[in-house]
Write a protein that binds this ligand. Structure first.
Ligand code: NDP
Length: 258
């Protein structure tokens, strides 16, 4: 398991969920990993657990992706401790699901601050070094909400559409410098985010069952299933994949209806 040996990877929102699974998979493949996370206590627990399980160098850094200075500081700390960042995963994200006309201005700003500005802040912080070294892989965690709409889930899909636009624009801009920028669009993946959404519904168990029935495979995804694709995109096995998006949803978005 050495597909990422010698690489330094920084994963935002890596304290739990998909980000933690990506950090764990990267470490298992030989990368040194930085968990850039809002909640430093969670990140430290996850970092310790990954380091013990894999023997990799793992660093937890308190980071708020909505603040460009915070992300810049995390990248600097990573570089000082482990070396230049070869791989960035912009994973931190929040659900903001509202009705457009009753949504508050604060909801709109909160959503874009994390789900789109956060991705740009990460890219902005690592790109100068990657361009200078003429090497790098950036992976943005979008969503199937980036091309499909569920009524009442505004403005999350608007921000996720933006993540795909940002991925394509930066992928083209920096392709001549050998920096690849790709996205992953997960469908439903079982994490705290999904449980929080089920628990917010009038009948959480019915909501869970309805979600599991949606994909053709009649199950939802696991964080590890997203992590495997992130390893591939981060590795030297994907040298000509750029400005692309890989969907991980068991075929759900290809389905018209049952
Ligand atoms: P979780 O809520 O389980 O984990 C998200 C992590 O991001 C948390 O640790 C959270 O920290 C952290 N975070 C939130 N805000 C910030 C911030 N401002 N700065 C740094 N870290 C922050 O979510 P998932 O693992 O499910 O989701 C990860 C990504 O995948 C998101 O971008 C999400 O939109 C996307 N996604 C998820 C799907 C799913 O079904 N789960 C489907 C499609 C896309 P804290 O707990 O401290 O807030």
């Amino acid at each position: 398991m050495n597909r990422l040996t010698g690489k330094v990877a920084l994963v935002t929102g890596a304290g739990r969920g998909i980000g933690a699974a990506i950090a764990r998979a990267f470490a298992a493949e030989g990368a040194a990993v930085v968990l850039a996370e809002l909640d430093i206590a969670t990140a430290q627990v996850t970092a310790r657990e990954i380091a013990e399980a894999t023997g990799a160098k793992v660093l937890a850094v308190q980071t708020d992706v909505t603040q460009s200075a915070s992300v810049q500081a995390a990248v600097s700390e990573a570089q000082e401790a482990l070396g230049p960042v070869d791989v960035l995963v912009n994973n931190a994200g929040i659900n903001v699901f509202a009705d457009p006309l009753t949504m508050t201005d604060d909801d709109w700003r909160r959503c874009f601050a994390v789900d789109l500005d956060g991705v740009w802040n990460g890219c902005r912080a690592v790109l100068p070094g990657m361009v200078e070294r003429r090497a790098g892989s950036i992976i943005n965690i979008a969503s199937t909400h980036a091309f499909q709409i569920i009524p009442g889930c505004f403005p999350y899909p608007v921000a996720k559409h933006g993540v795909i636009g940002l991925t394509r624009a930066l992928g083209i801009e920096y392709a001549p410098k050998n920096v690849r920028v790709n996205a992953i669009a997960p469908g439903y993946i079982e994490t705290q985010l999904t449980h929080d959404w089920w628990n917010a519904q009038p009948d959480p168990e019915a909501a869970r069952k309805a979600t599991l029935a949606l994909p053709p495979m009649k199950r939802i995804g696991k964080p590890e299933e997203v992590a495997m694709t992130a390893v591939f995109l981060a590795s030297d096995e994907a040298p000509f994949i750029n400005a692309s998006c890989i969907t991980i949803d068991g075929g759900r978005t290809a389905l018209h209806h049952e």
